[in-house]
Design a protein. Structure first.
Lengths: 571, 259
């Protein structure tokens, strides 16, 4: 059979007969790629639609690269002055403008498919950021950032910030009035930085704003530096995801030591390919039917005009809102002839700084107050971490209030309200809203947890009312099945930190007590109110005095303790 | 003539004659009919009618002789253009007190509006109602109009006239449905919060350019549905509502397959 001399125990593999088989064999003999393919083809991924949100971001990034590649062939990043000779649009004919703006018009009206590509590119950018944010929400609320994935959370955050940078640099390229206004705000923000501001502004713009350098500089950043780093970090993000294996939702049989799902080949490769085409299709449909950023509406940049409804793309809207909410009067201090512009520094530097810092440090803070250094591969149900879920919703509330404040003029015109009143409402909501949202969300979570306890202990209400011979009425409860119960009892409910006493056995003050005390206080904030999962003993107890739940089938039971298990709710 | 005479019994002759007759009648009517909005054609009778209408409908606030009352402007010298703008857009008579008078279905027909305008114009000299020629978008230069609009109007009315917010509930209305004549009159008379752009500031030709630019915007966007031309906020809203909505729907659908 085999002619091989040193491999006799194995049968010689059958020679491939098909063309594809032969090609694969050719490749395998030279690269041993079969090993890698086997490894990946058998890799198991858990199944859930929310795991595809990151995929949407990845695929819109692919669309961004493809459409962006097309656009670079026609865009000229130059701020030299030219007169637009094109016939379309009529309102731009003969206007003086920068070469960058003229080439944008040219690619929109003269290049076949150019406007479609521009619009696909822009819609993809909006969807890219939107899916990143939604993906982050999934990761946050299910606790997927816990050990061992803290690093990947940081990588993801960096990806989001780079996405913002990519969006901002691209938005500013066409050199229209709207993007120029955005750059003017950026210039103002940079100048508000104490001591360094004016120097940084001169460095960025190569002189006084707007100068002649900013568009070529942004172009290099937009097509080379930012996407380069994005690509590298995306590779790292995916590599870490494969290395650490994907998290899974809680359910029967799923533990921190296994992955329950389907193999990559054929299931996930098929699903991913399908998803890619759907993402591409939706983005192309949007680009083809919905106008976006018609720069000829705004006209070529000139520092004097600002049109009503001038806003950045949605992902920057929170910064715009933050600026719009900040009161102007009395917030500019002049110290020894230097101006300190709190009215810009606070909303444009401090507020986003706080928001991003929260996102960066949260996984580490949560691990510390939970005293958690275990590996987690099973996700949390958001209700089982009331404080985390509450904080997440509070964060989103602040973000949404800021974004709405950035749209205050449109809210005013579309709902017939006073813009001044809206601004004041948002100023108050920015502080009150998150606190309120935190408290309500946490209460809802705790309520849902109690509901879970109730279900586990007493089963579903069946709607069947039974009357006993002695006239007593009870409702028959259907017990939960194994899967339902598993989901509701298998979670941790951490208690606040316990710390060593202030003094040691000899009455000497302990070093680090003050810091421990602070962490304990924070830990109490997280876990003071909690609902413990039902223990097996509690289930047994509930069932022993709740026999009628199962035995209700025969309607002639002697009286047993009615209203069984209204006890055992500790919280 | 002989050729014509030979064909007079042709079976289509009556139709041709009828068409000619209609054309002549229509042409003569168009040439002779008074343009109701034209200030030059007013008669003293119109002014009398206008005065009666004014006293019945406007005098409560503007005073018996349009001299104005506390907080209500005098109409002496505002001109026919102002009256025509306010009344033909339904802003006057005002429905209720508020941050600003809103446009609503007009309360007076063309003849009554013209009479009111004639009466107010007779009180003191002011801007006259523009002629059809002055507001003919076809004669304007949209490119110049856009440049003017961008520096003079866009900060309140949005880059393409989709409207915008002003302080304390006031707003600059969207200009999609505003008639060419009303756009011109608004520039000329500066209703409510709007500044006056007199003919020295923006010449009549330039005003017509602006009208031409605004009319051009009504053709829609080359890129597809313009989404109200409201800029990035509405684009973001639709990105979430349609784009992300569809994609999450697709993800749920794919996720539901085979599992």
């Amino acid at each position: 059979m085999s002619t091989a001399t040193h491999d006799t125990q194995r049968e010689a593999p059958a020679k491939p007969t098909t063309t594809v088989g032969k090609a694969a064999d050719y490749l395998d003999q030279r690269t041993s790629i079969g090993v890698a393919v086997k490894e990946f083809a058998r890799k198991v991924f858990p199944d859930h639609w929310s795991f595809m949100l990151g995929e949407i971001a990845l695929f819109s990034f692919v669309v961004l690269i493809i459409s962006g590649f097309f656009l670079t062939m026609f865009f000229e990043p130059s701020m030299a002055l030219t007169r637009y000779e094109g016939e379309h649009p009529a309102s731009m004919h003969g206007e003086l403008m920068s070469v960058a703006f003229a080439s944008t018009l040219d690619m929109s009206f003269e290049v076949r498919g150019g406007l479609l590509m521009r619009q696909i590119h822009h819609w993809s950018a909006l969807i890219f950021m939107a899916s990143i944010v939604v993906h982050m929400m999934r990761v946050f609320f299910t606790g997927a950032f816990r050990k061992p994935r803290e690093i990947n959370w940081i990588v993801g955050l960096l990806l989001m910030i780079l996405g913002l940078a990519a969006g901002f640099t691209g938005y500013s390229l066409p050199d229209d009035v709207l993007s120029g206004n955005g750059l003017r705000i950026t210039d103002g923000v940079v100048k508000s930085i104490p001591l360094l501001g004016s120097f940084l502004s001169y460095l960025i713009f190569g002189g006084e704003f707007p100068g002649h350098h900013i568009v070529p500089r942004l172009f290099t950043l937009h097509i080379f530096v930012v996407p380069g780093i994005l690509l590298a970090l995306i590779a790292l993000h995916l590599f870490l995801m494969v290395l650490q294996k994907h998290t899974q939702y809680p359910g029967g049989g799923r533990t921190d030591t296994n992955v329950v799902g389907y193999p990559a080949l054929p299931v996930y490769v098929a699903k991913m390919t399908g998803n890619f085409f759907l993402v591409f299709g939706v983005l192309a449909l949007m680009g083809a039917t919905m106008a976006i950023n018609n720069v000829w509406n705004y006209g070529p940049y000139d520092p004097s005009p600002v049109s009503a409804g001038a806003q950045p793309d949605w992902y920057m809207l929170f910064l715009e809102g933050s600026l719009r909410l900040m009161p102007g009067q009395g917030t500019e201090w002049v110290i020894f002839g230097y101006t300190l512009s709190w009215n810009i520094l606070i909303p444009a530097v401090v507020v986003p700084g706080l928001l991003f810092t929260f996102l960066f440090v949260y996984p580490f803070i949560e691990a510390k107050v939970t005293k958690d250094d275990r590996e987690h591969h099973v996700l949390d149900r958001p209700r089982n971490r009331p404080a985390r879920t509450g904080l997440g919703v509070a964060f989103l509330t602040a973000f949404i209030v800021l974004a709405l404040a950035g749209s205050n003029d449109l809210i005013a015109t579309h709902f017939g309200l006073s813009i001044n009143a809206i601004t004041w409402v948002f100023r108050i909501l920015l502080f009150v809203g998150p606190v309120f949202a935190y408290s309500v969300t946490r209460r809802i979570c705790l309520g849902l947890q109690r509901k879970d306890r109730e279900l586990v202990l007493h089963g579903h209400e069946s709607g069947r009312i039974v009357r006993f011979a002695n006239g007593e009425y009870i409702e028959v409860h259907t017990p939960l099945d194994e899967q339902e119960r598993w989901l509701r009892v298998n979670y941790d409910s951490p208690a606040p930190l316990e710390i060593a006493p202030k003094t040691d056995a000899r009455g000497v003050k302990r070093k680090g007590y003050a810091s421990d005390k602070r962490w304990q206080r924070l830990s109490r904030f997280f876990y003071e109110d909690r609902v413990e999962p039902v223990t097996p003993a509690e289930v047994a107890a509930a069932h022993s005095h709740g026999e009628h739940d199962q035995l209700g089938e025969s309607d002639e039971r002697p009286a047993v303790e009615a209203g069984a298990g209204t006890t055992s709710r500790e919280h | 003539m002989k050729a014509l005479a030979a064909r007079r019994h042709h079976r289509l002759a009556p139709v041709v004659l009828l068409l000619l007759a209609l054309l002549t009648t229509g042409g003569v009517y168009a040439a002779l009919a008074p343009s109701t909005a034209n200030a030059e054609t007013v008669s003293t009778a119109d002014i009398e009618t206008g005065k009666k209408l004014f006293q019945a409908n406007c005098a409560t606030c503007h005073g018996a002789n349009a001299e104005g009352t506390d907080g209500v402007p005098s109409l002496v010298g505002v001109g026919a253009a102002s009256v025509d703008f306010q009344v033909s857009t339904g802003r006057m008579p005002m429905q209720m007190n508020g941050p600003q008078a809103r446009a609503k279905p007009r309360q007076f027909d063309d003849a009554d509006t013209a009479a009111l305008a004639a009466y107010v114009a007779s009180l003191g000299a002011g801007p006259a109602i523009p002629t059809d020629d002055q507001v003919d978008a076809a004669q304007g230069d949209a490119a110049n109009g856009m440049a003017l609009f961008r520096t003079n109007c866009a900060m309140c009315h949005n880059a393409v006239g989709a409207g915008g917010a002003l302080s304390e509930g006031k707003f600059a209305p969207a200009l999609w449905d505003t008639s060419e004549r009303n756009i011109y009159q608004a520039m000329l008379t500066g209703p409510q919060s709007m500044p006056v752009f007199n003919d020295a500031n923006i010449t009549p030709d330039e005003k017509r350019d602006i009208v031409a630019f605004l009319v051009e915007q009504r053709e829609g966007s080359a890129g597809g549905n313009a989404l109200g031309s409201l800029g990035p906020v509405s684009e973001g809203l639709w990105a979430f509502a349609i784009g992300l909505g569809l994609l999450i729907g697709a993800a749920v659908w794919i996720g539901a397959k085979s599992s």
